[in-house]
Write a protein that binds this ligand. Structure first.
Ligand SMILES: Nc1ncnc2c1ncn2[C@@H]1O[C@H](COP(=O)(O)OP(=O)(O)OP(=O)(O)O)[C@@H](O)[C@H]1O
Length: 273
């Protein structure tokens, strides 16, 4: 155990810190080159990937997840700290600095939540028992249905599973880049997720159809016909829209809870301001 822990720390210490991910342009579905020079993603950045269905949003984050090297349908290339990433980022799951969480994240592992997290900690080569409960506590900040350590992974709901995966990506995998593919309708508190990921200085990319998630991001990458058509950086210009959206989201959230609780809604429901 000591040896594996030591090996893990030596491995982590010799690893280069990720300061910058660069996306170099590829081609759209018609083979026309994308109209941007480079997109840079740095720790603490929040980006949303928006656009109509089929416009290439998932393909965009998949390129990042697999460190595309002009070898995917889009022809994009991903650099880490300005150079081609080391082979182990692509081949070794324990070395991969990117965690991708999708709507369809399902766990088929017949273990309790604590045994699953313990197994993951061990496979990462280090074991700090307190990290298991910390991960569960963090996941419980993202979901309305609390997760307990002894429940089986297979009996978690979709929202609980995704909350646990996000918490695991932050505390156990500890990846600097987290990609979330349309998780907003999946029973997790999206504002809380954004807040915690910012606190942990993670780079966060959301594929999203949710206006609030898009407005809360620092940048919006707009996709069209398989290509990036625009990169928008509102830089405070959308404050009014954010307040309006938070207000509406508050109303929708309250109504959802009342409906779930079996209540009859006969008077106007207040927003958050
Ligand atoms: N630049 C491209 N060149 C060729 N094919 C592409 C390109 N970008 C995306 N595609 C293909 O187009 C299809 C739709 O793309 P994708 O699933 O990424 O869209 P999406 O915006 O995520 O859609 P949805 O909102 O419905 O999930 C996929 O089969 C994908 O491989």
């Amino acid at each position: 155990m000591l040896l594996s822990r030591l090996a893990y720390y030596i491995f982590r210490m010799t690893e280069e810190t990720i300061r910058d991910i660069t996306i170099l342009p590829g081609r759209n579905r018609k083979g026309i080159e994308e109209a941007f020079d480079e997109i840079h993603i740095r720790p603490g950045d929040t980006l949303s990937i928006v656009g109509p269905t089929g416009s290439g949003k998932s393909a965009f984050i998949n390129d990042i997840e697999i460190f595309a090297n002009r070898d995917t349908v889009t022809g994009r290339q991903i650099l880490v700290n300005g150079k081609l990433p080391p082979e182990r980022y692509v081949r070794d799951p324990a070395a991969k600095p990117v965690a991708l969480i999708t709507q369809n994240t399902r766990c088929l592992c017949d273990l309790s939540v604590s045994d699953f997290l313990r197994m993951h900690l061990l496979s990462r080569g280090y074991m700090k028992e307190s990290c298991i409960q910390e991960t569960i506590n963090l996941a419980n900040q993202f979901t309305g249905e609390p997760i307990t350590a002894h429940v089986r992974m297979t009996s978690l709901s979709g929202g609980q599973t995704r909350s646990l995966m996000v918490a695991d990506a932050i505390l156990i995998s500890n990846t600097p880049i987290i990609l979330l593919d349309e998780v907003e309708n999946a029973g997790i508190f999206k504002e809380k997720v954004i807040e915690v990921l910012r606190q942990h200085h993670k780079a966060l990319l959301f594929v999203t159809h949710d206006p609030l998630v898009s407005l809360l991001s620092d940048r919006r990458i707009v996709m069209q016909d398989g290509a990036v058509s625009k990169v928008i950086e509102p830089d405070g210009a959308e404050e009014h829209a954010i307040r309006q959206m938070l207000h509406m989201d508050g109303i929708i959230g309250r109504m959802r809870e009342m409906i779930r609780a079996g209540e009859l809604i006969t008077t106007p429901v207040p927003g958050s301001w």
